[in-house]
Design a protein around this ligand. Sequence first.
Ligand code: NAD
Length: 354
Amino acid sequence: MTQRIAVIPGDGIGPEVARIGVRVLESLGLPLQFDWFDFGADRYLRDRTTLPAGFMDTLRREYAAIYFGAVGDPRVPGNEHAKGILLAMRFELDLYINLRPCILIDDRLSPLKGKGREHLKFVVFRENTEGLYTGTGGVLRQGTADEVAQEVEINTRKGVERILEAAFAYAQQRGLRRVCMADKANVLVFGHGLWRRTFAEVARRHPGIEAKAMYVDALAMDLIRQPEAYEVIVTNNLFGDILTDLGAALTGGLGIAASGNIHPGRVSLFEPVHGSAPDIASQGKANPLAMVLSGALMLEHLGHRREAQRLSGAVEEQVRSGARTPDLVPLLGGPASTTEQVGNELLARVSAAP
Ligand SMILES: NC(=O)c1ccc[n+]([C@@H]2O[C@H](COP(=O)([O-])OP(=O)(O)OC[C@H]3O[C@@H](n4cnc5c(N)ncnc54)[C@H](O)[C@@H]3O)[C@@H](O)[C@H]2O)c1
């Protein structure tokens, strides 16, 4: 049966990398149908549309996945359209798992002395619908010397349990042995106390897996010192946001960092970790590999594991010996190529792969 994919390229470099991502996915010959949507800053500035009424229902009913570029445009300084597009989908579609693999695909991409591919292969499960990102809070006496601003962290038993369970299930399915939870339970005793108690319970259901809870500051330090000690990391929205940027920096940078926003069994969204990069938009400098690797995560979610591996393998080969965009030149050396050149080479590699 054909699976329909909603493609939302968005702003800045989003359309440049989405074009390549879709061409590569199409070349696999799978029964996938790609429908393009123009939601982003241009559309928002034209008619104030973020997502049209009913679109969320259409996604739930008719689509298997969303393949997303990036949103963010200097002409919309408050980023209202991004809230109405990306955050709205994450929350309303209840995409509670933000999955971010931090896997080194070439030793030369590692900024850590003596750490290579065998040391850097952890995956982060970031809670994606709660924490400090729900917009709960307010400001009192704004603009006065007595101003008070509050940002409330939401932690629900259900929300915490399901992300922890997802992390353990992932480890179990892939034969991994270690799950580490990052929190700050020594200071945030109520919310993160809930995380600790729930973690202990969920860990008991997975006796074959070594479960460790760590304070996030200690983990940030240890990820630099001995990243090989970590296989699956699970944490809340804010800490996950920060740790995964660290993870991206350890494994080659934003140009190759991929992510999924997932609700198992439901329509889910796959996007590069990077934003719309207005500083390099329309210059042919954007690295399309993060978008392509996000496509591989999407294929896994859709049940096409073999094709997902074919894509990841082609990206590895491309990094090892192919053309590269300027962001990778300081790490890999050689001359810089354009987004299009990298895309074309990658397409040839995927087509040639068995
Ligand atoms: N998921 C999203 O859509 C998302 C995520 C982050 C930021 N944003 C938005 O994007 C806009 C720009 O934000 P920013 O500059 O902080 O982050 P960014 O990720 O867009 O860019 C950060 C830096 O990384 C570089 N970079 C990013 N992606 C690259 C790629 N594929 N190839 C080569 N270089 C790349 C950029 O040139 C820039 O120097 C803002 O409006 C922000 O709100 C959107």
